[in-house]
Design a protein around this ligand. Structure first.
Ligand code: BGC
Ligand code: NOJ
Length: 811
């Protein structure tokens, strides 16, 4: 069952029933000011950091789900309703929510009145703009009362939820005409405030929550709205909110447009005040003035649309599969931008207070994003690398506001350093900007400790080399990519975190085959990079270590039919036929296959056939089999999940593309394609009621075959799945692969595809690529013609910036 449809031309997903199986959300904002908005207008806003600069309040995991948001209440005679159906849930005559690129339009109709709310964060603006259009489609004159509503959060989203003995006394607001200012703690240590305005004189307002709602009422029946009478309350402590009341008369056929601005301002220390206790409102007023007419809003909106059209024009495909096209051309790239902006911090599954930017996550996110705005990717790489330690170890996370490593989680995830090689080389391959390697970048943000970025890659590489276990395989540390395979944790205390506890480390023999494969892939990339830089000695040294790793994997990492997953603390195998549970895992088989270890001897083929046989199911490839059915203290969090969920045999969508890429190494395009379709949201759209989360973005996890409801997905939006699937489909299935000095064309497709086209912008030139497959092949380019001239091999040389080139490829 579906709850909407894709509008491909507009790049929108159109939700036609507000009762989606889970809130289906969208993100507004590109750089600093962000909002999350659900299809029923739930959600919240923040500036840069969802923990430290939360602007509006949101209650996660509430009853009913998704309570709290930015609501408009319309009072028409005795009927009160909301354009997004919630929170009043008055039955609407019509409802539609259109989630687009950085904007959402919610439209509802009741008793002849149509209300349409367009929400977006204009480019270069620290505010969300809401344009509300009211249309009288009835034959009679309507006298409406409109109430807006947002609830202020007291900035720090964590303490906002716990320190009520203080919070209930600190809240402060100012009301000035049609603008309500939230200035809690501005007198003391803060230099920022928020505001909510409307571009028309108001007939009343409220800023005290209990006055607005009445102490015993919910979001669905605010007392002032029910009475049709604002109280002009001014909050002193308790819980400040902002609500405007406007009386609106509409003749038959008449419509009115109102503009609301929800903004954030920072003032310099000596510019904080206009007069004693009166905040300096200049910046707020300037922003409000930029959007004080509907025309100005429309113009800004057109700017945002043009911005996205331009971003998405960098990679565009036309294949025989409409569902693939809409994913690749629009939604997958959009999701990549979102994961780039938020890492794993704020979604409807990540509370915005738990995690900052992940070291490994942000590096991986780059590969889905770097072709969109390479300059921002460049800055990100430098920010991430600045949190690294001199020995190559890395803070697992850093806070976006301070860009400093997060001490609470610390270091010790031994895959982390390698992802910096991926992020950096992906950036250079996209841009040709080798100069980034000369940028001075500190360690642990300590001034004076700077070395060229290249030095960070070296210590990343060496961190593995310097931390090998008894089999010559990489020591796993607290965990590798799989945060839940905690082989040194040994926790029997529920109050300990699996991620930060190491009850046994001394003498640990725990080694990871996943890191071994990863090291082989990115160690080779590092060696290749060294060669290009003329550092032949370093290249040879690196190559030696990579070769040794391949030997170690071949010798101690092969289980007969597939690659082992790990050795535990005691040196016993994990992911082996010898185990009762957890005999085979996806990660090591993905990475060792991508590395092509034992390719010539048939190991990759065997490993991937085993994956097909043992891990694949109707909804995708599960992480491990058999699922753990009991807690293994020596394995940690992985065995704490019920079978079929998350890292314990869930379909962890993030690593399905590793198998897909592995299949392309073998040239099995049909299988790669089959795996791709299984987890691709536009293909699962028809089972939305089972799948539950948004059909336009990837989810981190789909419940596996051992679960109670196989096929049910969770953790949509903020997942490495977005970048990896875009990378897999664009570079390995469609086969358009940026390289240091050229574009490589190496498709691996379903034999049924006869032809497809790709438009790729690369270093300022535009490549129109047509791939023809007259022989029904899966892989292997037989000829490439560039601007009418045949070229050697399957590479297209970099074309002059500004030029347009035609590339014809025959398989
Ligand atoms: C989850 C992992 C996640 C980790 C982050 C675990 O509970 O299962 O997916 O990476 O927490 O700390
Ligand atoms: C989610 C985390 O964000 C990511 O870093 C990790 O690799 C996966 N979970 C697997 O545990």
């Amino acid at each position: 069952m579906q709850y909407g449809y894709f509008d491909d031309l507009k790049r929108e997903y159109v939700i036609t029933d507000p009762r989606t199986p889970w809130p289906w959300i969208n993100y507004l904002g590109n750089e600093d000011f962000f909002s999350l908005i659900s299809n029923t207008a739930g959600g919240y806003s923040f500036y840069k950091d969802a923990k430290f600069r939360r602007i509006t309040r949101y209650r996660y995991n509430n009853v009913p789900m998704d309570s709290g948001g930015k609501y408009f209440y319309i009072r028409d005679e005795d009927t009160v309703w909301n354009p997004g159906w919630k929170p009043c849930k008055t039955t609407l005559d019509a409802y539609e929510c259109r989630h687009g690129m950085g904007y959402t339009v919610i439209r509802g109709s009741k008793n002849g009145i149509e209300a349409e709310v367009l929400c977006f964060v204009p480019l270069k603006t620290q505010a969300e703009v809401q344009k509300l259009t009211l249309r009288n489609q009835s034959g009679t004159t309507k006298k409406l009362k409109l109430f807006s509503f947002v609830e202020w959060c007291l900035w720090n989203a964590a303490t906002d939820m716990e320190n009520f003995q203080r919070n209930f006394s600190t809240g402060e607001v100012e009301v000035d005409g049609s603008v309500i200012y939230h200035k809690t703690e501005y007198r003391e240590r803060r230099n920022h405030y928020a505001y909510y305005s409307v571009n028309q004189p108001v007939d009343g307002y409220d800023t005290d929550r209990e006055t607005f709602f009445g102490l015993y009422n919910g979001f669905d029946e605010p007392q002032t709205v029910m009475d049709g009478a604002p109280r002009n309350s001014v909050a002193h402590g308790w819980s400040p909110v902002a609500s405007h009341c406007l009386e609106i008369n509409l003749d038959p056929g008449e419509s009115k447009e109102l503009v609301f601005v929800l903004g954030y301002v920072e003032n310099a220390q000596d510019e904080k005040w206009e007069s004693r206790n009166i905040i300096n409102k200049d910046k707020a007023k300037a922003t409000i003035a930029r959007f004080d007419t509907a025309g100005k809003v429309d113009e800004a909106f057109a700017g945002l649309r043009a911005y996205w059209d331009n971003l998405l024009s960098n990679f565009n495909v036309r294949t025989p599969e409409e569902k693939l096209d809409r994913m690749v051309n629009t939604w997958n790239q959009y999701q990549c931008m979102i994961t780039f902006c938020f890492s794993r911090s704020a979604s409807y599954f990540e509370s915005g207070i738990g995690r900052g930017m992940g070291f490994r996550d942000s590096n991986q996110d780059l590969i889905g994003f770097v072709h969109q705005i390479p300059e921002r990717a460049r800055q990100r790489i430098i920010d991430i690398a600045s949190t690294q330690f001199p020995d190559g170890a890395c803070y697992h996370q850093y806070q976006p506001l301070t860009k400093k490593g997060n001490n609470e989680i610390g270091q010790g995830f031994n895959d982390d350093p390698l992802w910096l090689i991926l992020g950096t080389t992906a950036y250079i391959k996209e841009t040709g900007d080798f100069a980034i390697l000369d940028e001075p970048v500190p360690f642990d943000n300590v001034p004076g400790s700077e070395v060229p970025l290249f030095g960070h890659l070296t210590v990343s590489f060496d961190h593995v080399v310097n931390n090998l276990g008894p089999h010559g395989l990489p020591l796993i540390g607290r965990a590798d990519w799989n945060d839940c395979l905690n082989l040194n944790c040994f926790s029997s205390d529920p109050d300990e975190s699996f991620q930060t506890t190491e009850n046994k480390t001394e003498g640990s023999k725990a080694e990871s085959l996943m890191i071994a494969g990863l090291f082989t892939v990115y160690g080779r990339d590092y060696a290749e990079l060294c060669k290009r830089l003329g550092r032949d000695e370093e290249a040879a040294r690196a190559q030696k270590h990579v070769d040794a790793m391949v030997d170690a994997v071949t010798k101690s990492g092969w289980d007969g039919e597939w690659f082992l997953r790990a050795y535990d603390y005691f040196g016993n195998k994990i992911g082996s036929r010898e185990n009762e549970e957890g005999q085979i895992f996806i990660e090591s088989n993905g990475w060792c296959s991508m590395a092509g270890i034992g390719l010539g001897e048939g190991l990759v083929e065997k490993a991937l056939d085993s994956v097909k046989e043992r891990l694949d199911c109707e909804h995708g490839i599960v992480l491990n089999q058999p699922a753990y059915t009991e807690y293994h203290i020596g394995y940690g969090e992985i065995s704490s999940y019920p079978p079929g969920y998350k890292e314990n045999a869930g379909i962890f969508c993030h690593n399905n593309p590793w198998i897909i890429i592995g299949e392309t190494v073998l040239g099995r395009g049909d299988r790669a394609w089959e795996y791709f379709r299984k987890i691709c949201p536009s293909y699962t759209e028809p089972i939305s009621d089972l799948h539950k989360v948004e059909p336009y973005v990837y989810a981190q996890m789909i419940a596996g075959k051992d679960a109670f409801r196989p096929g049910e997905a969770k953790n949509s939006w903020l997942t490495g799945t977005a970048a990896w699937n875009f990378y897999a489909v664009s570079q390995y299935i469609l086969g358009i692969r940026p390289a240091y000095d050229r574009l490589e064309i190496d498709p691996c497709i379903s034999p049924e595809w006869k032809t497809y086209g790709v438009t790729r912008k690369f270093r300022g030139a535009t490549y129109h690529i047509t791939v023809n497959n007259p022989g029904g092949k899966m892989k292997g380019v037989s000829s490439v013609i560039v601007n009418g001239k045949p070229v050697e091999g399957n590479v297209v040389p970099v074309q002059p910036a500004g030029s347009v080139c035609e590339v014809e490829v025959i398989l």
